[in-house]
Design a protein around this ligand. Structure first.
Ligand SMILES: *Cc1c(COP(=O)(O)O)cnc(C)c1O
Length: 343
């Protein structure tokens, strides 16, 4: 068992959080004269700081108790809060497996936290032999594991992840932004078993609400309390809470879209594989494909000239492009454009 009180920064433990008007009284009806709001209008009231209605709905869909759920203004806010809860600026460190999502490193820099980078192996899997010696570093507080991983598209081995959770005496954050596109199991159940585990998911990908900025964290209630302590009081607007709730009330639509995207992923991958400009299509558990080509910048620019925007990930994986799965018509447009490019 990990001792949370030894991991959390001292100033965070001592901190007296801001107590909002809606913290002190949170009944739904009454004459509200406590928050200096304008009495007129329908967006005139401050949002529920703990997003109770939305959490109740998430709790049902994910089968996780409400007190184990935290919601952030996108996963980005959750990543930042992880650093601010557990890492002392200029002292502590976080570990990431590269290539991976860029926000971990950016957020670390913002918080003046050193990042230890362990490269994934040739199959884009975690190299435990390289990672494990770092676990004994007293200043290493956080390990981020992105699975399915962006930009490599694959999931990390389940056993490797669980090994890390059991061997590391700090916090393990598993970013499951793409879990709905994968056949592999989520780690969400394990928050009941391990106290040092934080699972992140998001409304930005499968739920189709990138504009709305709602990220989810699942962890033990003590960690959730620290998230609540540090977050800005009204971090998710009423409009955004309603938008997310609306999607949960129409969960069939999301399932259908995920099904369609996965079908298109297989179709597009099969077609790309046969094209002479494509050297390799990596297996994908996500809503994008990582493809290797001979000259990534040439193809990237040729596609931009044809008004098709993909992501050149060559700085992370040699001559690789990342293609988000679009609608069928969009994928067909991409295929036509690629066929028109001569190299
Ligand atoms: C897209 C993505 C997210 C989502 O971030 P939000 O801030 O919730 O939009 C999180 N993690 C990874 C790895 C992603 O690719």
């Amino acid at each position: 068992m990990v001792d949370l009180n030894k991991l959390v920064r001292e100033n965070v433990i001592k901190l007296t959080p801001y107590s909002s008007a809606r913290d002190e009284f949170n009944g739904k009806t009454g004459v509200f004269m406590d928050a200096n709001e304008n009495p007129y209008g329908n967006l005139n009231r401050y949002p529920d700081p703990y997003q109770r209605e939305l959490k109740t709905a998430i709790s049902k869909v994910k089968a996780v108790e409400e007190e184990k759920i935290f919601l952030g203004n996108g996963s980005d806010e959750i990543i930042d809060l992880c650093f601010r809860i557990f890492c002392n600026p200029g002292v502590d460190k976080a570990l990431i497996f590269t290539p991976t999502y860029g926000m971990y490193e950016v957020s670390a820099s913002v918080n003046d936290i050193e990042v230890v980078k362990i490269p994934l192996n040739d199959s884009f899997q975690i190299d435990l032999k390289k990672a494990e010696p770092c676990f004994s570093d007293k200043n290493l507080k956080l390990i981020f594991i992105c699975s399915p991983n962006n930009p490599t598209a694959n999931s990390m081995n389940y056993q490797d992840i669980e090994y890390i959770i059991t061997k590391f005496n700090g916090i393990v954050v598993i970013d499951e932004a793409y879990i709905d596109f994968s056949e592999k199991p989520s780690f969400i159940r394990l928050v009941n078993k391990y106290t040092n585990l934080i699972i992140m998911q998001t409304f930005s990908k499968a739920f189709g609400l990138a504009a709305v900025r709602v990220g989810m964290a699942f962890s033990n209630p003590a960690v959730v309390q620290y998230f609540n302590k540090l977050k800005p009081p009204y971090n998710i607007s009423t409009i955004n809470q309603k938008a997310a709730l609306g999607k949960l009330n129409h969960i069939e639509q999301k399932k259908q879209q995920v099904f369609r995207i996965k079908k298109e992923r297989e179709r597009l991958s099969g077609i790309l594989l046969k094209m002479h400009v494509i050297e390799k299509v990596y297996p994908s558990d996500s809503n994008f494909l990582l493809v290797k080509v001979k000259n990534a910048s040439y193809i990237y620019n040729a596609l931009v000239n044809r008004n098709i925007i993909i992501r050149n990930r060559s700085s992370m994986v040699d001559n690789c492009l990342r293609i988000t799965i679009g609608k069928k018509s969009e994928n067909d447009q991409l295929i036509r454009a690629l066929k028109s490019i001569s190299i």
